[in-house]
Design a protein. Structure first.
Ligand SMILES: CC(C)(COP(=O)(O)OP(=O)(O)OC[C@H]1O[C@@H](n2cnc3c(N)ncnc32)[C@H](O)[C@@H]1OP(=O)(O)O)[C@@H](O)C(=O)NCCC(=O)NCCS
Length: 119
C-alpha cells in the first residue's frame, strides 16, 4: 500500500493508492482550507479485504486540523457502494450536492488517538 499527498503521474504499481490535495478556503464555498480526497484505488484482486478502508484511515490521520471532502461516483463504480465505503469511514453529507465531508472535529479526535503530541 502507499499513501501520497501529491498527484502521481503514472498508474500506481502498488496494490492500493490514496491521494489528497489541500484546497484553498472558499472552494465549493467551504469556509476554510480542506483536504480533497482525489483517489482511493485498490486493484482488482485485492479488493474487499479492508485495504481501501485502511488507506482512507491513513489519509484521514494526516489531515491535521482540516476537514476532508470527497465526491463519490468516479471510476464508473456504483454510487451507492462508494457512498457506503466513505460513510462507513465516518463521512457524512456536506450540504453540497455530491460531496461528502469528514468533519474537522472527527479528524482532531482521530489525530489525538494516533499521536497526541502532534494534534
Ligand atoms: C472503493 C475501493 C477503494 C474499496 O476498496 P476495498 O479494499 O475493496 O474496500 P474495503 O474492503 O475496505 O471495503 C469494502 C467496501 O468498499 C466498497 N467497494 C468495494 N468494491 C467496490 C467497487 N468495485 N466499487 C465501489 N465500491 C466498492 C464497498 O462499500 C464495500 O463494502 P460493501 O461490500 O458493503 O459494499 C475499491 O473498490 C476501488 O478501488 N474501487 C474502484 C475505485 C473507486 O471506486 N474508488 C473510490 C472513489 S474515489
Amino acid at each position: 500500500m502507499s499513501i501520497c499527498k501529491r498527484p502521481v503521474t503514472e498508474f500506481p504499481i502498488s496494490p492500493g493508492v490514496a491521494e489528497m490535495d489541500l484546497m484553498a478556503p472558499g472552494t465549493f464555498d467551504f469556509e476554510g482550507a480542506f483536504w480533497w480526497i482525489c483517489r482511493v484505488f485498490v486493484r482488482q484482486g485485492h479488493r474487499e479485504a479492508g485495504m481501501g478502508s485502511e488507506l482512507l484511515r491513513r489519509l484521514l490521520e494526516r489531515c491535521g486540523s482540516h476537514c476532508a471532502v470527497v465526491a463519490p461516483g468516479g471510476y464508473g463504480a456504483p454510487m451507492k457502494r462508494q457512498k457506503r465505503f466513505y460513510k462507513r469511514a465516518g463521512f457524512g453529507e456536506s450540504g453540497r450536492e455530491g460531496l461528502l465531508i469528514y468533519p474537522r472535529n472527527k479528524i482532531i479526535e482521530l489525530v489525538a488517538e494516533v499521536d497526541p503530541g502532534e494534534a
